[in-house]
Design a protein around this ligand. Structure first.
Ligand SMILES: Cc1cc2nc3c(=O)[nH]c(=O)nc-3n(C[C@H](O)[C@H](O)[C@H](O)COP(=O)(O)OP(=O)(O)OC[C@H]3O[C@@H](n4cnc5c(N)ncnc54)[C@H](O)[C@@H]3O)c2cc1C
Length: 498
């Protein structure tokens, strides 16, 4: 079994070997995207099984950047304190193409900073969160095949075991088995430039390194040695000339490359981990085919410049979770699940584009260096600097939910409300009506949407409907209009729903 068939019209037929639908959703891959999705689904009591091919969580200690929008998501689900305990806060400046620019003024977020956190730690926090909410995670189980029909998906594991679920989501990374079996195209550009990245100790004083790095990085990119504390440095050098792509890089490879680029190997020793990555850039043609969906790196890959991949995947999961839950629970309007691709595909396309642009700006060629100088100058204008940071941090994302004020389709920042902080009211993953008129109602949707009357003076619109992902779905003061939008996003009201 290795193919997918898109089901035709639903029917009640059920094949003899299909077995019971033990799960609503099976997720392939327990990376950050899969774990976040599992947790989001559990908020709505969806029966979730996560299948992870590795027997142990990754020990690959790569520090990743969590950007403002992801920090907001963590705050919306009560995870931010845990993240901050394990990560290091940094200003959100200098993120675009590593151009040294200040933090722009007026970033519209209560969490306008960056948190550097080891990837295994954020993965563990998200997995614990999902398990705490009741998700099952089975390790050492690789998804090897699946078949979909009108009622569900039969998932086959590498050992031959078969499981039935209503939906399968491939969160299984850039080489996604699910995407390949689904036959979804993954167009884009292959890797052009390979880079070595690792963490290790150095044998020379910090001042000596800083001076040399400043001098070399004027002409050679990608190149950096950045201290992470405890004497450990993050080292990035071009891999050009390190021939065997199939073999993991060695410390000697790093020494050679450092000598070639900087004239010294800085006495590097005691590596924590060493890796090699390329700048392949690809985007899945579709995020959904029938009952099978894709999220995270399974749907998009791009160079790590700007540190956006994990953030993008976690944000995919946040967008998909409540919609898929609505589908499983039976209240989702017919088109809701399709808005996942409609909203997230363009966001990924934009991230791919900004990483393409950033990679060009790292080129040592005279043309790109001239463009870099020009952009550096332009980033002196706060509006330019802010626009670029809003791209990297995803604070600038606006979904097309229809014509209206600029806030429509955007996320609402975490504001003070009479009951505390706005994001604290979103922990359960439900919709929320903020009502300054005190005459609006969520009526028959009260099982899916909360109502907060007289929230705060800071809100300068009469009423706002927030989706479970914190994006603004409606602005206004008219009950009939609101009811139409409640139906659009949350289906039929109680009593009318079947
Ligand atoms: C050098 C480098 C630095 C980076 N820095 C940042 C950064 O600062 N910020 C940032 O946001 N991103 C960063 N990224 C990108 C980030 O690491 C990825 O985008 C992120 O890990 C994607 O998460 P994911 O859950 O979608 O996929 P993965 O993390 O790839 O997880 C996929 C999971 O699926 C499992 N799996 C695979 N196949 C199967 C199967 N058939 N069945 C079951 N399980 C399967 C895998 O074992 C894995 O656990 C960086 C990447 C690199 C290379």
């Amino acid at each position: 079994m290795h193919s997918s068939q898109v089901p035709a019209e639903p029917s009640s037929a059920s094949g003899p070997d299909r077995g019971p639908l033990l799960f609503d959703v099976v997720i392939a891959g327990c990376g950050p995207t899969g774990a976040m999705l599992a947790a989001e689904l559990r908020l709505h009591d969806v029966r979730v099984l996560v299948l992870e091919k590795e027997t142990e969580p990754t020990s690959y200690v790569r520090i990743v950047a969590l950007h403002a929008r992801s920090l907001e998501l963590m705050a919306m689900r009560g995870l931010l304190d845990r993240v901050l305990r394990h990560g290091r806060r940094r200003p959100a400046g200098g993120l675009f193409a590593a151009i040294d620019a200040p933090v722009p003024e007026g970033l519209d977020s209560a969490h306008a900073y960056l948190v550097g956190i080891p990837q295994p730690v954020i993965e563990r926090l998200l997995e614990e969160h999902a398990i705490g909410l009741g998700a099952q995670v089975r390790r050492g189980c690789a998804v090897a095949g699946f078949e979909q029909d009108d009622e569900g998906v039969t998932v086959e594991l590498a050992g031959g075991e078969r499981l039935r679920a209503r939906y399968l989501v491939g969160c299984d990374g850039g080489r996604s088995t699910v995407r390949k079996l689904l036959g979804v195209g993954f167009p884009g550009e292959p890797s052009r430039t390979e880079t070595l990245m690792g963490e290790m100790e150095v044998g020379v004083p910090q001042e000596e390194i800083a001076a040399k790095v400043a001098e070399v990085s004027r002409t050679r990119r990608p190149f950096w040695l950045r201290p992470f504390g405890g004497g450990v440095y993050s080292v990035v050098v071009p891999a050009a000339g390190v021939s065997d792509r199939a073999e993991p890089p060695t410390l000697e490879n790093f020494r050679q490359q450092l000598r070639a680029v900087a004239g010294t190997d800085f006495g590097v020793h005691s590596p924590r981990w060493l890796s090699r990555f390329g700048d392949a850039t690809r985007l899945a043609e579709r995020y959904r085919l029938g009952r099978v969906l894709l999220a995270g790196d399974a749907a998009h890959i791009h160079p790590p410049i700007g540190g956006q991949g994990l953030n993008l995947g976690v944000q995919d999961a946040f967008n998909l979770g409540w919609k898929l839950a609505g589908q499983v629970r039976g209240w989702a309007p017919p088109t809701l699940l399709d808005t996942y691709q409609a909203e997230r595909h363009p966001v990924a396309a934009d991230v791919l584009d900004n990483t393409r642009a950033q990679m060009e700006l790292l080129s040592p060629e005279p043309g790109p260096r001239a463009v870099r100088r020009l952009l550096t100058e332009l980033m002196g204008f706060d509006v330019v600097n802010r626009r670029l940071i809003e791209k990297i941090t995803a604070l600038g994302v606006r979904y097309d939910v229809g014509a209206g004020p600029d806030l429509l389709g955007r996320r609402l920042r975490d504001i003070d409300v009479k009951q505390g902080r706005l994001y604290d009211l979103l922990h359960r993953g439900r919709g929320l009506l903020l009502d300054r008129t005190e005459r609006l109602s969520v009526g028959g949707w009260s099982d899916r949407v909360d109502h907060l009357a007289d929230p705060c003076a800071a809100l300068d619109v009469p009423g706002v409907l927030l989706r479970p992902d914190g994006h603004v779905a409606w602005i206004g003061d008219d009950q009939q209009d609101l009811d139409g939008h409640l139906s659009r996003w949350f289906g039929e009201p109680i009593g009318l729903s079947s």
